[in-house]
Ligand binder design. Structure first.
Ligand code: MTE
Length: 301
């Protein structure tokens, strides 16, 4: 398997201890902690992120397959059968096929990653995920050299996903990444939260997490991953192309047509909590900015 991003962020220990970390790994770790890269481990531990509570993370959700209200997913996602589950990996891969979730889990090393989650609606949380790097899953199928993008698809099962009985958006929900974004060590497939299995409302049994992009890129309950040479069009990009672009990198300098992206409301901060400034690439700038060098981020929003 390719590189591995050595994880140092567990719930009980957020101080990077491994003195043999290479710089890249260390930068990723500090970025995930929300501190300036270059700060030493001491500062890193002082500035550690406090995750939102289980209650907050599992009761304030966006999962339109179960309704558009923030509490709908917690109320209705219990109807979803998540086992058995298979993920089809196809397109430009060496070994296309349906990969059983149990076989995927047996092959992957589950890690803890504490990441910021910034929704395009200008609220945010800090989430202690469990999961594995997407790059490792793609390696199971073997990415062919001509592949340039990755397309993801959510399950379509209106009998269990009541929101899919209404044309809220085009079903199934689709998202996409450039291949280098998909292979980036910060990009994970989450299988759990707080060391427990992922609740259905958060995208069980397998959901994408791309922490430097707006939350809608982090597609839930994935059943299909397609390697392609064509830029995929995501559900939101298709519905409202002037509002949602393919990249959707968190960017406080590029506003959404209907609201400012300069600041955000932390879930759990209380009704009268002040908004906090939004960070470029959601705080992961040192790790990801190189992928967008020379690009006009107002044009490629
Ligand atoms: N994935 C699917 N399939 N359907 C959705 O409606 N909503 C997205 C994203 N993934 C969504 C989805 C949006 S807008 C956000 S902000 C995050 O999921 C929310 O993730 P959370 O509920 O785990 O906080």
């Amino acid at each position: 398997m390719a590189h591995r991003w050595k994880n140092n962020l567990t719930m009980s220990d957020v101080t990077p201890r491994d003195t043999y970390l290479n710089r890249r790994r260390f930068l990723a770790a500090t970025a995930a902690l929300g501190v300036a890269a270059g700060a030493g481990p001491a500062q890193a531990s002082a500035a550690k992120l406090k995750p939102n509570s289980w209650q907050e993370i599992t009761n304030y959700n966006n999962f339109y397959e179960f309704g558009t209200g923030k509490e709908d997913p917690a109320a209705y996602a219990g109807a979803l059968t998540t086992s058995p589950w298979a993920v089809t990996i196809d397109g430009m891969v060496e070994r296309p096929g349906a990969f059983d979730m149990d076989d995927i889990l047996a092959a992957m090393t589950i890690e803890s990653r504490i990441y910021r989650l910034r929704c395009v609606e200008a609220w945010s949380m800090v989430v202690p995920w469990n999961g594995f790097e997407l790059a490792d899953l793609l390696a199971m199928a073997g990415v062919r050299p001509e592949a340039r993008y990755v397309r993801f698809e959510t399950l379509y099962r209106p009998e269990e996903m009541r929101g899919q009985r209404y044309p809220i958006v085009e079903w199934p929900y689709v998202e996409g990444l450039r291949l280098d974004e998909a292979m980036h060590p910060l990009t994970i497939m989450a299988t759990g939260l707080y060391d427990k299995p992922l609740p259905n409302q958060n995208g069980a049994p397998l959901r994408l997490v791309v922490p430097w992009k707006y939350g809608f890129k982090s597609i839930k309950s994935v059943v299909r991953i397609t390697l392609t040479d064509t830029q995929p069009r995501g559900t939101w990009e298709k519905s409202l192309p002037n509002e949602y672009g393919f990249y959707s990198n968190v960017n406080p300098n590029v506003d959404h047509p209907r609201w400012s992206q300069a600041s955000e409301r932390r879930i759990g901060g209380g009704l009268f909590a002040k908004k906090v400034p939004t960070l470029m690439f959601n705080g992961y700038e040192k790790d990801v900015a190189h992928m967008y060098q020379g690009m006009d981020l107002a044009k490629y929003y």
